[in-house]
Ligand binder design. Structure first.
Ligand SMILES: Cc1cc2nc3c(=O)[nH]c(=O)nc-3n(C[C@H](O)[C@H](O)[C@H](O)COP(=O)(O)OP(=O)(O)OC[C@H]3O[C@@H](n4cnc5c(N)ncnc54)[C@H](O)[C@@H]3O)c2cc1C
Length: 416
């Protein structure tokens, strides 16, 4: 440790923690990341890989409530709530539904766009320095519909995107076939967003960025944080499996597990986990080039470097319940319908991850109101990969006291 250098400790080695550490290091901080797991192995590992500057559609939206009963009763539907978990979930659900009012959706949408708009700009230097620029591909994003007039049903969200300056192209069936011939012929209409991008291996992305942090003098300490010792309005040490670890400046970026730490630091937040699944057909590619969402079924087929990944589903069952891999099997079944040329005999990998979700679809990024040397960066829900680079930059701006890449006010923790 260099006694003359400013130090920052980051709890969590997911995309948010690692991007924060990377940008803090660029600001001259000596950084340490603390996590019992290897970097990029939790939620940031198995996601769909979308890196989309035009992502500005909150999860709660007008008209959603009407669709929920149908989703819940369809065994192949995109939403599942374990009944025993419902009482615990209710307060979060109420806030979530309130966030779906039209005027709220418009407000939230603008703040999502502000955070996501520059995602490529702030990933590119990190990927270049880490030696993995190949991981970011700018191929666009597709939404495909079984019905001929599918995009009409999404006119509100398409309007939001257009108002935010996102390029939106409505495709006919023949244009869709030209773009992605391996998709099943029953898809009749599509929307193409040409400015979006994808990462072909999000787990490798985080691991490679963490290696770069270490090459540049940072450390990764493999231990779990149980609490934070505070004194005189400051965090002074972490209580960990390896004993006390002193801290100078502290960033809490522990994904879906951040709620407990935030509460211990005097800032309770309505953080929930939206559990998501993937099924991946290893070594089968079908020629699909662009990450494609089956719009009615609400899951993504993502071409990854190791095969095709079908990712999606929202399951509310908390942090402790074991995964229900039948949900991954549903994705696989639907995926085979979507891409008929998919190999039948290739190995299948099934996975579940914990999205860290706040009810208003916006993350928490900013200072602790209680402790002068603590900052929070968590709750990115469905868009943590997209938001990772700019969040990292913003965390570094806030801690270094330099001008902020985006206005941090909408993401403050005391908005709840
Ligand atoms: C199916 C699915 C598809 C998705 N698709 C996309 C997509 O296409 N694009 C997109 O942008 N986002 C997507 N997401 C969301 C995205 O994956 C998450 O928002 C993102 O990974 C969250 O990153 P994180 O760093 O906050 O959390 P994580 O990656 O979960 O990292 C948190 C880290 O904190 C550590 N930790 C927890 N508790 C402690 C503790 N007490 N002490 C020390 N360390 C601790 C954990 O071990 C973990 O490594 C998807 C998610 C799912 C589930």
């Amino acid at each position: 440790m260099n006694p003359g250098k400013r130090r920052a400790t980051v709890i969590g080695a997911g995309i948010i923690g690692v991007c924060s550490a990377s940008y803090l290091q660029r600001e001259g901080f000596e950084v340490e990341i603390v996590d019992p797991e290897p970097p990029g192995t939790m939620c940031s590992h198995g996601n769909a890989g979308g890196i989309c500057p035009g992502s500005c559609i909150p999860i709660a939206g007008p008209g959603m409530l009407k669709k929920v009963p149908g989703w819940l009763t369809d065994p192949e539907g995109p939403l599942h709530i374990r009944l025993s978990y419902l009482p615990r979930l209710l307060p979060w659900l109420v806030r979530f539904l309130r966030a779906g009012r039209v005027e709220e959706v418009r407000r939230i949408s603008a703040h999502m766009r502000a955070l996501h708009r520059m995602t490529f700009d702030y990933y590119e230097p990190l990927l270049r320095d880490a030696g993995c620029p190949d991981l970011l591909e700018k191929r666009g994003q597709l939404f495909v519909y079984e019905s001929a007039n599918g995009p009409d049903g999404d006119s509100f969200s398409l309007g939001l995107r257009r108002e935010a300056g996102v390029a939106v192209e409505v495709l006919s069936q023949s244009e869709l076939r030209q773009l992605e011939p391996s998709l099943a012929p029953f898809f009749q209409s599509a929307v193409f967003l040409p400015e979006q991008g994808q990462c072909k291996n999000p787990g490798r992305l985080v691991a490679t960025l963490a290696e770069a942090v270490q090459r540049n003098g940072g450390t990764v300490r493999r231990t779990r944080v149980h609490g934070v010792r505070t004194e005189g309005g400051k965090a002074v040490a972490l209580a960990t499996d390896q004993g006390e670890v002193p801290v100078d400046r502290l960033v809490v970026a522990a994904g879906a597990w951040s709620g407990t730490l935030a509460r211990k630091l005097g800032s309770p937040v309505p953080l929930e986990t939206e559990r998501g699944y993937h099924a991946m057909v290893m070594g089968s590619f079908t020629g699909l080039r662009v990450q494609t969402m089956w719009a009615e079924r609400k899951f993504v087929a993502a071409p990854m470097e190791e095969g095709i990944r079908f990712a999606g589903t929202v399951e509310f069952a908390g942090l402790a319940a074991p995964p229900d891999m039948r949900r991954a099997d549903v994705l696989l079944r639907l995926g085979r319908r979507m891409l008929p040329a998919l190999g039948q005999d290739e190995p299948i990998v099934r996975w579940m991850g914990h999205r860290p979700s706040l009810p208003d679809s916006l993350p928490v990024i900013g200072p602790s109101p209680r402790f002068g040397n603590v900052w929070f960066a968590f709750g990115h829900g469905h868009t943590g990969l997209i938001g990772g680079s700019v969040t990292g930059r913003l965390v570094a701006d806030l801690i270094a006291g330099t001008s902020c890449v985006v206005d941090p006010a909408p993401y403050r923790i005391d908005r709840f």
